[in-house]
Design a protein around this ligand. Structure first.
Ligand code: HEC
Length: 102
């Protein structure tokens, strides 16, 4: 019985730490960023005519995304997409693209 309780507690703590680290988990951030690839190009390298995200200034990307989210910047699609990410997620995505080579 004691062993079972220890096991349950152990699994609980392991899960809690997985959730706690989700915010900064690089694989999670990469998968959010992959959602931008369809339109902005693989790894943020865009086709001509589309905005390249790779190597973009982090603060610029954060500002543009929050402007889209708040409706301050007119858009055909980005205002809807931006609403799907929390502010923390936007910071993580912007940081990710800023660290990519152009
Ligand atoms: C369905 C296609 C699509 C996807 C997916 C997409 N974008 Fe966009 N993005 C656009 C279009 C189109 C524009 C031009 C503004 C508009 O009309 O919405 C744009 C514009 C932008 C701009 C402004 C560029 C500039 O300097 O004017 C940023 C920043 C941006 N997107 C970031 C992102 C990020 C980050 C993601 C992923 C979370 C993403 N986009 C996913 C289509 C897309």
């Amino acid at each position: 019985m004691k062993r079972t309780i220890q096991l349950i507690l152990g699994v609980g703590f392991a899960l809690a730490s997985v959730f706690a680290s989700a915010q900064s988990n690089p694989a999670q951030v990469r998968s959010w960023a992959a959602g931008c690839a369809n339109c902005h190009g693989t790894n943020g390298q865009a086709q001509p005519g589309m905005e390249t995200l790779a190597g973009a200034n982090k603060d610029d990307t954060i500002r543009k995304m929050s402007d889209f989210k708040a409706g301050r910047r007119t858009a055909t699609i980005m205002h809807q997409l931006a609403k799907g990410y929390s502010d923390d997620e936007i910071v993580a995505i912007a940081t990710y693209f800023a660290s990519q080579k152009r």
